[in-house]
Design a protein around this ligand. Structure first.
Ligand code: C2E
Ligand code: MG
Ligand code: MG
Length: 593
């Protein structure tokens, strides 16, 4: 074995050991020879002075005896010093040896958590004391490093907000569970949990509110599992639980239901009551082994199905979830080509004056005419388009096409000018090109800007409010109108309604559904209609499906409505036919989509 000197030369390690040993040997030899010679040479003349006769002092035997006595005293002296000093050196050496072995094994394994160092109690100021102090301060530095490494290790494997293990830790546990399953057929189960509505809570109560909610949810999760189960936070709103051992599959279902039940009642955050829940996917090792798919991925897919099926529920992984996942991936890939392949089209749903039943305008609703799947609903592909950013070019096309169509249809309505509403999603609104795109579409189509309404949602007010204000101002400068779509489902405060130049409130269908049956819904619809009148905003009731609802809205003085009762969204051709009949939507005039 060799050690490398800074200069680059290597020298054998045993030479150093030898030099240390020989140094001790030479120290002793020089000391003894020095003392022996000193005593042997100096003592005989002293002996004469002290009265020993010359005849004896000059005899070689006497001189030799002095020399031997000098050597012996030197040797005893040396042995005494070694005994006293060597004991202390032994203490120092012992500590050094144990510290060295701890440091060596910790650096080999990379795990410093078990490394424990003992300091030396130093109570002398000599060289050994100084060496002891230097040793202690070296240990201090090593311990500092150990703490830092512990901290880094903790950070690498834990979520800082909740202190729960993170994705990396969970994946290690999962891999270990998989090994155990393969070796001893011990089953395991994974729950993938996604918080419903966290974004809304963040939007409305700020990130502090969201963080408080996450911590509360974390407490509830921990109280729903056994100590042996692993609960991890995988990302912002995603958690996972790993259960191992016999019965873990049934146990996992019980845990999932306990978690869901624990969130039935609203959670209090400061002064607010927040309604939230977990959508949970469960995957068991046996199902995953049979399908050849990773447990976490399978649980994630099942969670997606739980969310699609109405949130706040448990879904157990089935192979069909995998198929659905692959289909979604395929749809995502196909959607990017849909615009170029001319597969997107707009359908138009009339907006009707509920008193005169005259059509006053249309809402443009996007459809994807898929070559194999037929007409695909925007509810299916708009979220994917938002995820991928495709909503920006698609939305640009929608604005262009709708303004072109509106310009072409002008004066088809008996009332004269026809309005056109276009939906704008949050991501599309936030894109820097939006204002320019709208201006260009208006310019190209030559449509009067006041006939174009952009439908935005309340969630926009939860974004960067200054940027939203600036953009709304720019759009208003173009002369377009703004409507708040699905009004009542978000959390927008009344101050936003006053602050922003909103022209229209569209009452969400969920309130209209109960307007004739639920006193609460009736009261909400009445209040929104009143609010619209007070703030001088137009009000449109969405999702009118029967004449009783139309009567109720007429009674409440809600001026405009939209819904299947009047007409489903129509192809441009059918919309023209409808307008040619006089633009009067009546109960007997339902046109198939
Ligand atoms: P939305 O803007 O609230 O549009 C109203 C939705 O309610 C439409 O669904 C419409 O067909 C449906 N609807 C209208 N009357 C009734 C009724 O009486 N009963 C029932 N059950 N439903 C009714 P659609 O066309 O499936 O659109 C769904 C959502 O997709 C829209 O909700 C809108 O948020 C979004 N969307 C549609 N087109 C676009 C678009 O071009 N861009 C963006 N960003 N989003 C769009
Ligand atoms: Mg809309
Ligand atoms: Mg709506």
């Amino acid at each position: 074995m060799t050690t490398r000197k800074p200069g680059g030369r290597t020298r054998p390690r045993h030479r150093r050991v030898f030099r240390l040993t020989s140094r001790v040997f030479w120290d002793m030899a020089i000391y003894m020879v020095g003392l022996g010679l000193g005593v042997g040479v100096i003592f005989p003349p002293f002996a004469v002075l002290m009265g020993v006769p010359d005849t004896i002092a000059d005899r070689p035997v006497f001189r030799s005896a002095c020399l031997v006595a000098g050597f012996l005293v030197g040797a005893m002296n040396y042995a005494l010093c070694r005994g006293v000093v060597g004991g202390r050196m032994e203490v120092l050496g012992g500590h050094l040896r144990s510290a060295t072995s701890v440091i060596t094994s910790a650096s080999r394994s990379g795990d410093w958590s078990e490394a424990v160092f003992e300091r030396i109690a130093v109570d002398s100021n000599d060289q050994i004391g100084e060496a002891g102090r230097a040793f202690n301060s070296l240990l201090g530095a090593v311990e500092g490093r150990k703490e830092l490494e512990d901290q880094l290790r903790y950070q690498a494997f834990h979520d800082m907000l909740t202190g729960l293990p993170n994705r990396a830790f969970f994946m290690e546990q999962l891999a270990a569970a998989e090994c155990v399953r393969q070796e001893s057929r011990t089953p395991s189960a994974v729950l993938f949990l996604d918080v419903d509505n966290l974004k809304a809570v963040n939007d409305n109560l700020g990130h502090e509110g969201g963080d408080t909610l996450i911590k509360l949810l974390c407490d509830r999760l921990l109280s729903s599992v056994r100590d042996t189960d692993t609960v991890a936070r995988l990302s912002g709103d995603e958690f996972a639980i790993l259960l191992t051992g016999p019965g873990s599959e049934h146990q996992a279902e019980r845990v999932a239901h306990r978690v869901i039940d624990s969130l039935r009642a609203p959670t209090r955050i400061g002064e607010h009551l927040v309604r939230t829940g977990f959508s949970i996917g469960l995957a068991t090792s046996s199902a995953c082994a049979a399908s050849g798919i990773g447990m976490l991925r399978a649980a994630d897919m099942a969670m997606y199905a739980a969310k699609a099926g109405g949130k706040g529920r448990l879904e157990v992984f089935q192979p069909s979830h995998h198929t659905a996942h692959l289909e979604r991936d395929a749809v995502r890939a196909e959607l990017s080509g849909a615009l170029d392949a001319d597969q997107l089209e707009l359908h138009y749903q009339p907006i009707v004056d509920v008193s005169s039943l005259q059509i006053v305008g249309f809402e443009a609703l996007l459809r994807w005419r898929h070559p194999e799947r037929g007409v695909v609903s925007p509810l299916e592909f708009i979220p994917l388009a938002e995820e991928t950013g495709l909503i920006v070019p698609i939305g640009r096309w929608v604005v262009q096409e709708a303004t072109r169509q509106a310009a072409a249809w002008q004066n088809r309505s008996p009332l004269g000018r026809l309005r056109m509403s276009v939906n704008v999603s949050v991501r599309q609104f936030q894109h820097p090109d939006l204002v320019r795109d709208v201006a260009e579409a208006l310019h190209r189509s030559d449509l009067n800007p006041s006939l174009l309404t952009l439908e935005i949602t309340e969630s926009l007010f939860a974004q960067d409010i200054e940027e939203t204000t600036r953009k709304i101002g720019q759009l208003k400068d173009l002369g377009v109108r703004l409507a708040l779509d699905d009004f009542g489902t978000g959390y927008s405060s009344l101050s936003y309604l006053r602050r922003f130049p909103i022209d229209t409130l569209k009452i969400d269908k969920s309130f209209i559904d109960g307007v004739t049956t639920s006193p609460e819904d009736h009261a909400v619809v009445a209040a929104i209609t009143q609010l619209g009148q007070t703030l001088r905003m137009e009000v449109i009731a969405e999702g009118l499906e029967c004449s009783d609802q139309v009567d109720a809205l007429r009674f409440l003085d809600c001026p405009l409505g939209q819904g299947y009762h009047f007409s489903r969204p129509l192809t441009p051709g059918d919309a023209v036919k409808l307008m040619l009949t006089g633009g009067r939507a009546s109960t007997g005039m339902l046109v198939p989509a």
